[in-house]
Design a protein around this ligand. Structure first.
Ligand SMILES: Nc1ncnc2c1ncn2[C@@H]1O[C@H](COP(=O)(O)OP(=O)(O)OP(=O)(O)O)[C@@H](O)[C@H]1O
Length: 713
């Protein structure tokens, strides 16, 4: 993995030479054309340098026995030698994994260094030596680890700890259950390890998150042509285990933003088809909530699958699937989605049937329709009397139900007369067709991304698309990012995931500074785990660090826009490309204002539309609403106008007078902010003008906050 980083940093011409060298080296590492030079003063006697060209050298681990060579680093001559002197490779005697270590770690056990220890404080960890070793801590670092008293001190020790050990300890420090982490990261307490068997070590799961055994020239070429896209090769062991989990039924995978849920889902789909037609007898459906994500996934699968594998995976967003399926069965209705003109007209007619008593606002009817009538498919008054209304704030007596039913009845009649069907009803119609046995389940397995935003109707449909059994459903989602639907439980939709639920905890996208800010936006909110339980988001961590988010308040929008222009100019000055920057706002009207200000300043922009996927080929700084930016990532994200009445959006909060609904709406608005903030890879800017959003209240006295433009960075 470090090799790919060093490789990505060298000029293109040298990269081509390295590629040529690696091919030669792979074909015959003992070829007389490869000159292995010993490295004077190297901490590891197995390190050798090899010549790539006149200036560049590769560093290779060349064991005394066996025919295994590991390419570790590439750089200019002196820098490569310097790197080789500062590192060493060892097979950990407990975990059996090959570890690339800072050479100082090999020294005799040292007393804990003072810089890691705040005297008088209690140690951060309370594990037995054996447990530290199972997590991959080298024996020489046991005292150091035991002396750590704070998360900051642990961060300082990061460079000295092997990656897997640091990560496991970091998650324990973050509050993850020690036994869970021992189970996820710990070496099985089993057979003795041969610390000189490099070939054996390279086969182990923990090793394969940092080292890759190249199987063929195609894999090598794919790896070297996009060296920064590590997700294609280096899955985390927890990710890898999920991908290849041969399991007796549906699996649910949770994980905060950026923890690699989509990556895991893609590898899972490939794993399913790669197993062959006997294990996976049929096609695999990969479905998403948003159309744009499906386009991205299709594109990314092309990088990791062969054409034959790709042909067995169908990627389509769920509404498109339903529409296509029903059309193929001569469905006589037109499917309508929220906001459709005719649907709105039907609503207007239905609301004319509102009774005087009980006197309920329009919003009540809309919520009742969405949360009670549609999910339970209520079509007549008798069914409505029996319908469950759990989670609805306003209780209704039987006579009251009778009084309001005509509104829903009218709505159903109006839709029917026009040949219209809501997408929820159409989804259930599709499920009925599948349940009626006229059609065999169309897939051998289904992989689902963005499950939090799919309603219970969709989940019930997915259940019917695939026969119950091994590896049938693989569902990934994150309740913290739910922005379209209310919560539901998988078990209510016939999907039983108990005992088959896992969580991803390492964030690969954003810095820890940005992750903390984004997580704080949901602090104190109860977020569900898609199955009726609770999901704590605070036990995720990012291993990358960077600049803290910048929060700025201005007196008026004009000043805020001037700050936007100035920040974009600064980023351009730093060499950042426009396609790596996204300006986000809650509404399209606010984005219009940003677009105008940027255009007046001569800054080219590209608006991300709802229907189109973002193409890297487009020029210009991206502009997106908080809904549209979902699922994407950019090096720099600027969230504008985080003002009172914008977040939460006043219209959304006024939709309902029911306190339960209002709380749910507020959570959705928070989630939108959280989603937008978690799209930033390197840097996040948040600004507001006038009265700040209440969601920023906790930050006003924090060091992140500044009034006016201040010092930008
Ligand atoms: N094992 C890995 N090694 C390196 N990068 C990874 C790994 N897993 C994921 N990533 C990268 O992390 C980023 C986030 O991954 P992904 O989009 O799969 O996360 P997610 O959990 O689906 O995110 P979100 O829910 O926020 O949309 C991507 O850039 C991906 O390439």
């Amino acid at each position: 993995m470090d090799f790919l980083e060093s490789y990505a940093r060298i000029p293109k011409t040298q990269q081509r030479k390295v590629m040529g060298f690696v091919t030669k080296f792979r074909n015959d590492p003992r070829s007389s054309g490869i000159n292995y030079e010993k490295i004077r003063d190297a901490a590891d006697p197995h390190f050798r340098s090899v010549r790539v060209d006149q200036d560049y050298r590769g560093i290779i681990l060349s064991p005394t026995q066996g025919n295994v060579y590991v390419l570790l680093w590439v750089d200019k001559h002196d820098a490569a030698y310097d790197w080789a002197r500062r590192h060493a490779c060892r097979i950990h005697p407990e975990t059996g994994s090959l570890q690339l270590l800072d050479a100082t770690v090999l020294e005799a056990p040292a007393l804990p260094s003072q810089s890691f220890v705040d005297t008088g404080q209690r140690p951060l960890f309370n594990l037995r030596d054996r447990e530290y070793l199972r997590l991959g801590v080298p024996e020489t670092l046991l005292d150091l680890v035991k002396g750590i008293t704070s998360e900051e001190a642990l961060e300082q020790a990061e460079a000295r700890l092997p990656r897997e050990a640091f990560e496991a300890l970091y998650l324990i420090a973050a509050g993850s259950d020690v036994q869970d982490i021992l189970q996820e990261y710990g070496a099985p307490q089993a057979a003795a390890v041969d610390t000189s068997d490099f070939a054996g070590a390279l086969q182990r799961e923990q090793t394969r998150r940092s080292f890759c055994v190249v199987e063929d020239d195609q894999a090598l070429e794919g790896m070297l042509s996009a060296p920064l896209e590590k997700w294609r090769i280096f899955l985390h062991p927890t990710q890898r285990r999920l991908v290849a989990w041969d399991v007796a039924g549906p699996v649910r995978v949770l994980g905060g933003a950026g923890t690699g849920k989509t990556v895991v889902a893609m590898h899972r789909a490939r794993w399913l088809v790669r197993r062959g037609a006997e294990a996976t007898p049929g096609r695999v459906l990969f479905t998403t909530f948003t159309a744009n994500l499906a386009v991205d996934i299709q594109e990314n699968l092309r990088h990791i699958c062969t054409p034959e594998e790709l042909a067995r995976i169908e990627v389509i967003h769920i509404d498109a699937w339903v529409s296509r399926f029903l059309k193929s069965r001569q469905y006589p209705h037109q499917i309508v989605y929220e906001g459709h003109e005719q649907y709105r007209h039907c609503w207007r007619l239905a609301l004319d049937a509102r009774p005087v008593d009980p006197d309920l606002p329009e919003s009540f009817y809309r919520d009742e329709w969405e949360r009670v009538i549609l999910p339970q498919r209520v079509t007549d008054e008798r069914q409505y009397f029996r319908a469950r209304r759990t989670g609805r704030g306003v209780p209704l007596t039987r006579p009251q139900r009778a009084a309001i039913w005509p509104v829903f009845e009218t709505l159903r009649i109006q839709l029917h007369q026009r040949g219209l069907r809501t997408s929820e009803d159409a989804t259930q119609d599709a499920a009925d067709v599948l349940a009626s046995d006229q059609v065999p389940p169309p897939y051998a397995a289904v992989v689902v991304d963005e499950a939090q935003d799919m309603g219970p109707q969709v989940m019930a449909l997915l259940r019917r698309m695939v026969p119950q059994g091994k590896n049938d459903l693989f569902i990934v989602g994150d309740g913290h990012q739910r922005i379209y639907r209310r919560r539901y439980a998988l078990s209510d939709c016939g999907i039983e995931v108990r005992g088959r639920s896992r969580k991803l905890r390492i964030n690969y996208r954003t810095t820890e500074e940005i992750r903390r800010f984004a997580t704080a936006l949901l602090e104190g909110q109860t977020v569900d785990d898609l199955d009726g339980g609770e999901d704590r988001g605070s036990d995720c961590r990012s291993l990358m660090h960077g600049r803290p988010p910048v929060i700025r308040r201005f007196a008026a929008l004009a000043e805020e826009l001037a700050f936007l222009v100035e920040t974009l100019s600064d980023l351009k000055g730093e060499g950042e490309g426009p396609g790596d920057i996204c300006v986000v706002a809650r509404t399209n009207a606010l984005l219009d204002a940003c677009e105008q200000a940027l255009s007046a300043a001569g800054i080219h922009t590209h608006r991300l539309s709802r229907k189109q996927a973002d193409a890297r080929g487009h020029d210009g700084v991206r502009l997106a609403t908080m809904h549209r930016i979902k699922g994407l990532e950019f090096r720099h994200v600027l969230i504008m106008a985080v003002n009172q009445d914008v977040l939460p959006l006043r219209q959304e909060m006024q939709r309902s007078t029911d306190p339960t609904e209002q709380r749910a709406s507020e959570l959705t608005e928070r989630a939108l902010f959280h989603v937008a903030a978690t799209r930033a890879i390197r840097q996040l800017f948040v600004s507001c003008s006038g009265v700040p959003s209440p969601f920023l209240a906790d930050f006003i006295s924090s060091p992140l906050w500044a009034d006016g433009a201040g010092d930008n960075r």
